[in-house]
Design a protein around this ligand. Structure first.
Ligand code: COA
Length: 258
């Protein structure tokens, strides 16, 4: 992998996008590597939570790599968006392991779209977030028009997209775009702290919860029905037996993850 770094510790994997001289902009190769990295981590039984961040002190990701699409045709533009959704943005949203974005600086365009594809976000107090695509004559194409409105509400999303303005970390927190804001030095440890709480819980139940929460945002799917189906399915898992037995025996559960 040339553009990303992956480290693993205590059942937590940290994926770092590593193109600091280009503010970690998402070129085609980086999107492909992220896809492969997430796929491998999803299959790795030792990994229970994934954190994604950017290298350097300036940016999480400053967007899709503008130099790669400046001369694209209508057809190429549509293909770029569709492939990005399939390989990365929808892929991350629907991963059955929790993915947390630790937003450590600029998260613009595709960078904010990547953070919004994750299951939730933390941010450093120097973070700045926005969807500046209309300054380039395009619209957000990696899910931004949908996920920003879902997270912050339609009016705020419309304003952010139309003005192409950036919001600072405090505003992002007040909008519910990020869950926590801490200093840049603390960001990774703080996020790992949240991840370590998740690691203790049933990974099977968590994967079913992710699917049920996401179901609310899929057209034609009744989220309550998915919840009922997944709730029932939990009763057939070893994790459920262990969780309930441990509670009744007044001890901490040790989940087999099955
Ligand atoms: N695509 C490609 N390259 C990018 C990039 C992007 N989205 N964002 C930053 N870079 C590159 C710059 O071209 C520059 O490369 P160079 O040193 O080879 O010239 C390098 O990263 C550093 O960026 P620079 O603009 O010099 O940093 P800055 O501190 O002056 O400004 C930003 C920071 C984030 C405000 C500015 O880089 C920016 O506006 N980036 C584009 C954001 C955007 O429109 N994203 C949406 C894309 S759809």
């Amino acid at each position: 992998m040339e553009n990303i770094l992956i480290e693993k510790q205590d059942n937590i994997a940290i994926v770092t996008i590593n193109r600091p001289t280009k503010l970690n902009a998402l070129n085609k190769a980086t999107i492909q590597e992220l896809h492969e990295g997430f796929k491998t981590l999803n299959e790795d039984k030792s990994v229970k939570v994934i954190i994604i961040t950017g290298s350097g002190e300036k940016a999480f990701v400053a967007g899709a790599d503008i130099s790669e699409f400046a001369d694209f045709s209508v057809e190429n533009g549509g293909k770029l968006a569709a492939e990005g959704h399939a390989l990365l943005f929808d892929y991350v949203q629907n991963l059955n392991k929790p993915v947390i974005a630790a937003v450590n600086g600029f998260a613009l365009g595709g960078g904010l779209e990547l953070a919004m594809s994750c299951h939730f976000r933390t941010a450093s107090n120097n973070a700045k977030m926005g969807l500046p695509e209309v300054t380039l004559g395009v619209i957000p194409g990696y899910g931004g028009t949908q996920r920003l409105a879902q997270l912050v509400g339609k009016g705020r999303a419309m304003e952010m997209i139309m003005t192409a303005g950036m919001v600072d970390a405090a505003t992002a927190l007040s909008y519910g775009l990020v869950n926590h804001v801490v200093s840049q030095e603390e960001l990774l440890d703080f996020t790992k702290g949240i991840a370590s709480k998740i690691v203790r819980n049933s990974s099977v139940a968590i994967s079913k919860a992710i699917e049920a929460v996401n179901a609310n945002y899929i057209d034609g799917i009744n989220g309550f029905e998915v919840e009922i189906k997944n709730f029932g399915a939990c009763f057939g898992t070893e994790d459920f037996k262990e969780g309930t037995t441990a509670f009744l025996e007044k001890r901490k559960a040790v989940f087999p993850g099955k």
